[in-house]
Write a new protein. Structure first.
Length: 209
């Protein structure tokens, strides 16, 4: 089964709480999303491989460590997943960025794919699929299905807030995909929104209704 990492860092918890507040405006919400994602990326990339390289400092030559390769792909699920990209690129600026477009049918609550564009060498990269909310899990499952069909193998999923129902569905569908979340919430309501949640992440990021 998937490993599920819930971040307990005080800075992450503090910033997510402000994001939840209904009076938090679009500008602040977007800035907080970038800050939280940067902190999450710092931890989620802990196991990236390193190699030793010989460099010269102003004082002497020395052997130090650098990333063995920056073969990372960031794949936001459109549109709300776009709010993750800048925060991740602050940590891994050479990562390639792909996009998967999904929307949730308002009647069935099932995801419908309308766009998919991935790096051509996706099979060689460590892939971070990102979306602010993991609610029913349908969008995450379908996005990862699409990536695997196109050759992606080494995949993790990152989100701000997750419901138990979404975690379970994603874990069962893709037990090889680890899940990183900033906060695990209580449940879904009758409209498949997370409680207590933070509302519609896309609307709050982009100022739409």
């Amino acid at each position: 089964m998937s490993k599920v990492y819930v971040f307990d860092h005080p800075l992450i918890q503090h910033k997510v709480t402000i994001m939840r507040m209904k009076e938090t405006g679009t500008k602040e919400f977007k800035e907080l999303a970038k800050e939280v994602v940067t902190l999450m990326t710092y931890e989620a990339t802990r196991d990236l491989p390193l190699k030793e390289v010989e460099i010269e400092t102003p004082m002497c030559r020395t052997t130090q460590k650098m990333l063995a390769g920056e073969d990372i792909a960031i794949i936001p699920i459109l549109r709300a997943g776009l709010g993750f990209v800048d925060g991740m690129l602050a940590c891994v600026p050479n990562a390639k960025v792909g996009h998967i477009g999904l929307y949730r049918d308002p009647d069935t609550h099932m995801p419908v794919e309308y766009y998919c564009k991935l790096p051509t060498d996706i099979e060689k990269r460590k892939i971070f699929v990102v979306d602010p909310m993991l609610a029913t899990g349908g969008s995450a499952v379908d996005a990862i299905n699409s990536i695997k069909l196109r050759g992606g193998k080494d995949i993790v999923f990152m989100c701000l807030i997750a419901a138990p129902e979404g975690i379970e569905k994603l874990s069962q569908a893709h037990p090889d995909v680890d899940i990183y979340i900033a906060a695990k919430d209580e449940r879904l309501n009758e409209n498949a929104y997370i409680l207590p949640g933070l509302g519609d992440a896309g609307d709050r990021l982009f100022g739409t209704k």
